[in-house]
Design a protein around this ligand. Structure first.
Ligand code: F6R
Length: 627
């Protein structure tokens, strides 16, 4: 989704802003622009489409190379179509103030009517434009940009982040954060601003994350922080030593392929973090991580044995792929810990009474830690007194400030918009957490726990075996690239795998695909089947193997093209399926981790074969920061 960058220093602003925007491309966008001050005047350049369009406009504009302060933006359209006018930055009539904005201003229609009544002229269809006119009105009254900003934020509702530049105060840019994310980076007589630490880390390892409802006044030599009432706040930049935020493709054709191949390493890191070796105790009391450079940092599980014993039910909140990981989490927590678990798509709990209390553990799962619906639902659960746990890949995210307990998956940045490596890290995190609860609540024998720990440690090598067959999977996949529709079916612990397989195919190849519980096929979906529809069955060994195979037969009887994800030692599968995407034999509880790998590759190869934008599929955003 939208991305903000800013720069205040002494070298060419255009290239620095563009390079920051390139780092944010992965979030998804449909137009881009920058505003900068040159020769005392504010200039704005923007273009719809990819960043190359903006870059072309800027190469013929020497003033942007000389300027030393500016703000930039990639826009993912919410209010108004993606075009040059709706692109950010937005500026006022005399072009003295320009802003870039992430988020949504919920009361913009009301403010717009009021401002129009006062003679302000609007050019765009965006909610953003009201902010620039409000700032203008307040500046005309106060003759101070800082006061204009504090007056303006008091009139806005919603969650948002802003970058502001003005020819009234040429040596300063401003950043505003209200329930969003903005990070500052400190260089040598220069400061960088970005919605994602990735865009700052390419220049400096001294970073400061803005807290909620905070304003930063940024000059070449200094940053002053203020709360929304205008009171100064003191906080220092911190030094980040590790480099999880430096990104490159490492020779792979796409980030997606690289990230699929990183999965064995990610599993080793995520499992190893909480359980150093197969016979070690699960330890979630990890020390606070310095990357969460805000005023509050938690990491690890801080629930006491008594807290854990007292948990009566669990609610999991998530969206998209993280929701599928949560469904597997529900299975683990119910089967291993005997605790009733509900799971909700986070956007579906808005406007409803959330039935949680002091005996409920609410688990929010979010790769980015910024998904607005997930954050809002978790915030409400916390307000109601529930225990909170966040599972996220970003220790510097919004989620880490809200959840009182945290599991950080160790995946590094996931650049491809489609989630792969973070999904399997979430699944194994759920399994390890369920084992931890089971151990603390004595709901499983130690022998059973020990066996599962051994199996967990063998997972990375099994994933390597699947990846080694990549070429066979490629050949099998592209045979189905011409399909218009596909159906994915699975049961029990692999019903979520079917949903995830269908989601990956949809988002990467734009082929329509639906996932169903295999037993549901005959209750309706079977009507769509004929010889033109490939059906992918997740046929893993275990309690539901025979029933899943029967359901697949129902599809076969309708002449569907039959594909199975099955174990390499499965003797029955070759009799019923045209294509087998093989994985090594595996315990049922761990099978979702293995079964999803060929499905990720299946979607990748079809997408690449069809010439789609693999890493940045159309219309999608990596961080979904609007509700
Ligand atoms: C699909 C995908 C999305 C995200 C969803 C939630 O490949 O990536 O469905 O899973 O937008 O995002 P997070 O996990 O950041 O909350």
């Amino acid at each position: 989704m939208c991305g903000i960058v800013g720069y205040m220093g002494s070298s060419g602003v255009a290239s620095i802003l563009l390079s920051g925007l390139k780092c944010l491309e992965y979030r998804g966008y449909d137009s881009a622009g920058i505003a900068y001050i040159n020769d005392g005047k504010l200039k704005v350049t923007k273009a719809s489409g990819k960043l190359e369009n903006l870059e072309k406009l800027l190469t013929s504009d020497r003033s942007s190379l000389l300027a030393v302060s500016g703000i930039g933006h990639t826009r993912w359209a919410t209010h108004g179509v993606p075009n040059d006018i709706n692109a950010h930055p937005h500026f006022n009539e005399d072009q003295s103030i320009a802003i870039v904005h992430n988020g949504i201003i919920e009361n913009y229609a009301f403010i717009k009517e009021e401002l129009e009544g006062q003679g302000f002229k609007f050019n765009s269809d965006t909610d953003t434009e009201v902010i620039v006119h409000l700032l203008t009105r307040e500046y005309n009254l106060e003759k101070s940009m800082l006061k204009a900003i504090t007056n303006t934020v008091k009139q806005l509702s919603g969650s948002y982040a802003l970058g502001i530049i003005s020819s009234h105060q040429k040596d300063t840019i401003y950043a505003v954060n209200h329930h969003y994310s903005l990070t500052l980076g400190q260089g040598d007589n220069e400061f960088f601003l970005a919605s994602d630490i990735i865009a700052v880390r390419q220049y400096t390892n001294k970073v400061l994350r803005l807290d909620q409802s905070e304003i930063a006044q940024i000059t070449k030599t200094d940053v002053s922080l203020y709360d929304f009432s205008g009171r100064q706040v003191k906080r220092d930049f911190i030094t980040v030593d590790s480099d999880p935020y430096l990104i490159n493709k490492d020779g792979y054709k796409h980030f997606l392929l690289k990230e699929i191949h990183e999965q064995p390493t990610i599993l080793r890191q995520t499992i190893g973090k909480y359980m150093a070796h197969p016979t070690a105790n699960l330890d979630f009391n990890i020390q606070p991580e310095p990357l969460a450079n805000s005023s509050k940092t938690v990491a690890g599980i801080h629930l006491t044995k008594n807290d854990i014993a007292g948990i009566e039910n669990i609610l999991i909140l998530a969206c998209g792929t993280a929701y599928h990981a949560g469904m597997i989490g529900k299975y683990y927590l119910e089967q291993l810990c005997n605790i009733p678990v509900n799971i909700e798509i986070a956007s579906e709990v808005r406007g409803r009474t959330l039935l949680v209390n002091e005996k409920t553990l609410v688990i929010a799962v979010s790769q980015s830690g910024e998904t607005a619906d997930t954050i809002a639902a978790l915030t409400e659960a916390k307000r109601k007194g529930a225990y909170t746990l966040g599972i996220t890949n970003r220790s510097d995210s919004h989620l880490t400030r809200i959840a009182s307990n945290l599991i950080i998956t160790e995946c590094g940045v996931e650049v491809s918009v489609a989630a792969t490596k973070t999904y399997i890290a979430q699944v194994v995190s759920f399994l390890m957490f369920a084992l931890y609860l089971a151990q603390e609540r004595s709901s499983l024998s130690q022998e059973y726990i020990n066996n599962l720990k051994l199996e967990l440690h063998s997972l990375p090598a099994l994933v390597e075996t699947v990846l080694a067959n990549e070429n066979i999977i490629k050949e099998s996949s592209i045979k189905y690239a011409k399909a218009n529709d596909m159906v994915f079916i699975g049961r029990g612990i692999n019903y979520p795998t079917a949903l995830e397989g269908a989601l990956k195919l949809k988002e990467l190849s734009y082929i329509h695909a639906s996932g169903y519980a295999a037993g549901e096929l005959k209750h309706g979906p079977i009507a769509v089947l004929d010889s033109s529809v490939p059906v992918v069955t997740i046929l893993m060994p275990g309690s539901v193997y025979d029933k899943t195979l029967s359901n697949a037969q129902e599809a076969r009887a309708r002449n569907a093209q039959m594909i199975a994800v099955a174990c390499s030692n499965d003797e029955k599968a070759p009799k019923y399926f045209d294509t087998i995407l093989a994985v090594p034999p595996v315990d049922e509880l761990l099978s979702p981790v293995l079964a999803v790998i060929p499905l990720q590759l299946f979607s990748y190869f079809i997408s690449d074969y069809l010439g789609k934008d693999v890493d940045q599929p159309r219309n999608l955003a990596k961080s979904v920061t609007v509700e």
